[in-house]
Design a protein. Sequence first.
Length: 476
Amino acid sequence: MGFLLLVLQVTFWVLVVGGAAWLATCLWLHLRHPVPRWDWNTIDVDDVRFTDDFLWGVASAAHQVEGGCDNNNWAWWETQSDDQGMPRIAGGQVAGDACDHWNRYPEDIRLIQQLGVSAYRFSIEWSKIEPRPGEFDAEAIAHYHALLDALAQAGIKPMITLLHFSWPLWFEQLGAFEKAENIRYFVRFSKRVFQEYRPQCKLWCTVNEPEVVSLIGYLIGMFPPGRRDLRVAAWVQRNLVLAHAQVYQALKHMPGGGTAQIGLVKNIFQFEPWRRWFLPEWAVARAAEWAHNGAIMRYLQTGHYRFRVPWLAWITTFDPEVQGAGDFFGLNYYSHAHVRIQRDRSEPVKLVHLEDEIPTDFHYAMYPEGLLRALRSAAALGKPLYVTENGAPDATDGIRDTFIRRYLYALHRARIEGLDIRGYFYWSLMDNFEWVEGYNQRFGLVHVDFVTQKRTLREGAKAFVNVVRNRSDAAY
Ligand code: IFM
């Protein structure tokens, strides 16, 4: 009896002390990582002002809009099937002619003008410029000169992205960014492009979303090359950021490099626990936050890349050229997600959004508060910031107006706080090939009929046009 009492007493105190420690940890995490939600009913989202020198733009990427990108990693991927024999892209779609932007860019530049913006972010398709290793294609080079000339004539400032998910098939076959020694090919291509177009372009993005390429291509296996290996993914992430730094250093030493503005573009996506009292969800959310955001931000700040998952991926490198590499930081912001642990062996962890959040057509919700959070964390790098992408897939145009007004309100708030944000690029100018989703997700300010290639400005896009046109420096 006495022994049983003792066991009960010990159990009682273990539960009390353990429970208290659990709750205290959750409370501490909750206070350290709050999830701000604004009461939109009390906010006048139209009360926003931007200085006249703020750069407004729209964005696109070569493989998604140009058409004829048939010699790269994605063109190959679009013909592949998964283990169950299902096509890699929704419904077996392929990028094909995409928006035929390669031929229709004069019309698309007129659309950009109609929107009232003064900048266009686009990418140069590496596989067209350098179809075979070391061979540069004069026609493709001339094409981008013509595009840049047309933009200049229209008074639109270009922002060039050197690597936006697609690369030549020959580079893929060499192992792409799985091997650090392959970075030199990307540096060679970048130098050639910079030499050609620097006189026509001041703003340059090196690599777009290294964490997305590594996560989806090398861990989840839904982007090419379809690998599922945490260790490889962590190395690819490191190599892509190292590639950014090496390109940055190389271009800075070229003619025109000193005055060019060159930066990395990173997607910041926040991860939260679905239940704030549930420690395992905190643990997964914090780990995801580190893998997706923290590891790269710290690498850029210090040159140290640390990606440590016992037995799976244990990486520690120091690359001094990465520390501080970049004249600006390009932020792509889309949303946040809540991590839910569930009793489902096939999907033990699921990313969900809260019921009271406005959903987009994709798997994430509208969360403008997160743009301000992301801008604050990016500001820690001490560089000027550009929002290089922000937008929503919304085929029925039901939420685009609200999306734009709320996000631009968050942007305005960030500027009022004093964050050094130089410009904002909406993703995207027009509907385009949304990678694994094919043409099913419609992000465009402009609707595209992919049968006739007819472009039509969406009603919801007018909210963007209004802010862009009414800019004023009164508040500053
Ligand atoms: O379409 C993509 C783009 O290529 C990279 N950033 C996110 C966009 C929307 O998913």
